[in-house]
Design a protein around this ligand. Structure first.
Ligand SMILES: Cc1cc2nc3c(=O)[nH]c(=O)nc-3n(C[C@H](O)[C@H](O)[C@H](O)COP(=O)(O)O)c2cc1C
Length: 421
C-alpha cells in the first residue's frame, strides 16, 4: 500500500490582503520611506508581501506565519496615516508568492506620476518595475484578481468621503398603546413589537415590521417552538389579525411588514380569504402590507406557496424574502421568482465596513436586485459605519438598532441624525 499520509507542514503560512485610504496626501518620498521601513521590520519578522499605492489608496498583501501576520496587521490597522481599512482576504496558503520582497512597492498611475525622475533613483525605479512585473506574472492568483479590482473596481464609489454632509437632525416621537387597549390585547396570547425600516434617502419611515412576542415577552422562536403542525399554522395566521389590530390602534399609516410561515398559507385553504378579511376589518389597504418569508421556507414547498402568493399579489399585497443570504437558495431563487423586497441577512451586514468579501456580496445583491426591480433592505444594522457603507453602496432601506429597537405595543421614535462614518 502506498503511504498516502501528507507530510507535516513545516510552517503554517498565512496571507492577509487589505485595502485602505490615505488619511492625507502622501508625497512620493513618504511612500518610499514607508515601504523601506516596513521592509526592514518585515525582514526580522519573516514577513513578505507587496504594497500597492495609487496616490490615494493602499492595497497590501502580508505573507508569513499566521500569528506574526495577524499581530502586524493589528498594528498596521491602528496606524493613523491611513483609515477605512477593509480586510479582503485572510487565509492559509501553501507557499509564499512574494518570497523575495519583504515589502515590495508598486506605485500606480497618479502615485507613479507623482514621482518625478529626480526623486526616484534608477535603482528605485528598477525595484518598482520588478515588483509590478512579479505581480503580473502571477498566473491566476487571487491577489492578481484583487489587484485588478483595486485598479478598475467600483468599490471606490462605495467609500464615503469623511467630508460627506451629515444627515439633517430630525426625529419622530414614540407612540404607545394606551393601558386600556393593552388589557384587550392580552387575551390574544401574544403581543407585537414594532421596528421601523428607515428610508435613509428620503429620511422617513418606509414601513414597520411587526414582531410577535409572548405574553411574558417570549421571543418568536420560544413562542412558536411550543406549537406544531395545524396548531402552529392556525396560531401564525390568527396572530396576523392581532398584529393588524394592534397596528390599527396605534394609528399606523405606513407600510406594515408581517412575518409569515409559508405553511400557514399553504396548509390552510382558508388562509388567503381570512387574511384579506382581516385587512378589511382593520381598515388596511392590502397595498400597505408586505409579507415576509424566509428563502428556506419557500424552497420547501414552492408550488402551493407560489399559488397562494399569486392570489395575495392579485389583491395588492407585496412580498419580501427575509434573512436573504442565511439559507440555501441564494441567488438561484431569484431566477425563478422575484419578490418585491429582499432583506439582506444580518450575518452579511455585521461589520460590513471592514469586510471585503461581505462588501462584494452586498454589491452583487444590489446589482442583481437593481436589474430585477427588487427593493433591497439591510437588516441588523447596528453601527453608524455599517450604515454609511450600505448607504454609499446604494442600500437606502435600513432596519436595525442604529435607528431603533423594536418597541412592545408601540411604534418607536426614530432619530435620523445618525452620524456617518
Ligand atoms: C499602508 C501601511 C502599510 C504598512 N506596512 C507595514 C509593514 O508591512 N510592516 C511594518 O512593520 N510596518 C508597516 N506599517 C507601519 C506600521 O503601521 C507601524 O507604524 C510600524 O509597524 C511601527 O509600529 P510601532 O510604532 O507600533 O512599533 C505600515 C503602515 C501603513 C500606513
Amino acid at each position: 500500500m502506498p503511504d498516502l499520509t501528507l507530510p507535516p507542514a513545516m510552517t503554517r503560512l498565512f496571507h492577509l490582503i487589505y485595502r485602505s485610504r490615505q488619511s492625507a496626501p502622501w508625497n512620493p518620498q513618504q511612500v518610499s520611506d514607508l515601504s523601506c521601513q516596513a521592509a526592514d521590520r518585515n525582514r526580522t519578522l519573516g514577513v513578505t508581501g507587496l504594497l500597492v499605492c495609487d496616490g490615494q489608496y493602499f492595497l497590501q498583501i502580508l505573507e508569513g506565519e499566521r500569528e506574526v501576520v495577524e499581530t502586524l496587521y493589528a498594528r498596521i490597522r491602528q496606524d493613523p496615516r491611513h483609515h477605512q481599512v477593509v480586510t479582503l482576504v485572510a487565509e492559509p496558503i501553501r507557499a509564499r508568492y512574494f518570497a523575495q520582497w519583504s515589502m515590495g512597492l508598486v506605485a500606480l498611475g497618479p502615485a507613479m506620476d507623482m514621482m518625478p525622475d529626480r526623486e526616484v533613483s534608477d535603482d528605485q525605479r528598477h525595484y518598482l518595475n520588478l515588483a509590478a512585473r512579479q505581480l503580473y506574472e502571477l498566473d491566476d492568483h487571487r491577489f492578481k484578481i484583487i489587484f485588478h479590482a483595486f485598479t478598475h473596481g467600483r468599490w471606490r464609489a462605495d467609500i464615503p468621503s469623511p467630508l460627506a454632509p451629515p444627515v439633517a437632525a430630525r426625529s419622530l416621537p414614540e407612540v404607545r398603546l394606551p393601558a386600556a387597549d393593552l388589557g384587550a390585547m392580552a387575551d390574544n396570547g401574544a403581543f407585537f413589537a414594532f421596528q421601523p425600516i428607515v428610508d435613509t434617502y428620503r429620511r422617513c419611515i418606509s414601513s414597520y415590521e411587526a414582531l410577535v412576542r409572548g405574553p411574558r415577552g417570549e421571543s418568536p422562536a420560544e413562542l412558536l417552538g411550543r406549537l406544531q403542525g395545524e396548531a402552529l399554522y392556525a396560531f401564525d395566521l390568527h396572530s396576523k389579525l392581532w398584529a393588524l389590530q394592534t397596528a390599527a390602534r396605534l394609528g399606523l399609516k405606513d407600510m406594515l411588514s408581517l412575518n409569515f410561515l409559508p405553511g400557514a398559507l399553504t396548509y390552510q385553504p382558508q388562509a388567503v380569504p381570512t387574511l384579506l378579511r382581516c385587512l378589511a376589518q382593520t381598515g388596511f389597504d392590502p397595498a400597505q402590507i408586505v409579507l415576509e418569508v424566509t428563502e428556506e421556507e419557500i424552497i420547501t414547498r414552492p408550488k402551493p406557496f407560489f399559488a397562494a402568493i399569486s392570489q395575495l399579489r392579485e389583491a395588492g399585497l407585496r412580498l419580501a424574502i427575509d434573512d436573504f443570504g442565511a439559507g440555501h437558495a441564494g441567488l438561484s431563487l431569484l431566477a425563478d421568482f422575484q419578490p418585491d423586497k429582499l432583506k439582506i441577512d444580518r450575518s452579511i451586514v455585521t461589520g460590513i465596513h471592514t469586510h471585503g468579501p461581505r462588501q462584494a456580496i452586498v454589491r452583487a445583491i444590489v446589482d442583481v436586485c437593481y436589474h430585477l426591480g427588487i427593493v433591497v433592505v439591510a437588516e441588523g444594522v447596528e453601527e453608524p459605519e455599517e450604515l454609511a457603507w450600505l448607504q454609499s453602496a446604494g442600500v437606502t432601506l435600513i432596519q436595525g438598532y442604529v435607528f431603533a429597537r423594536p418597541l412592545l405595543n408601540g411604534l418607536p421614535g426614530v432619530d435620523f441624525a445618525v452620524s456617518r462614518a
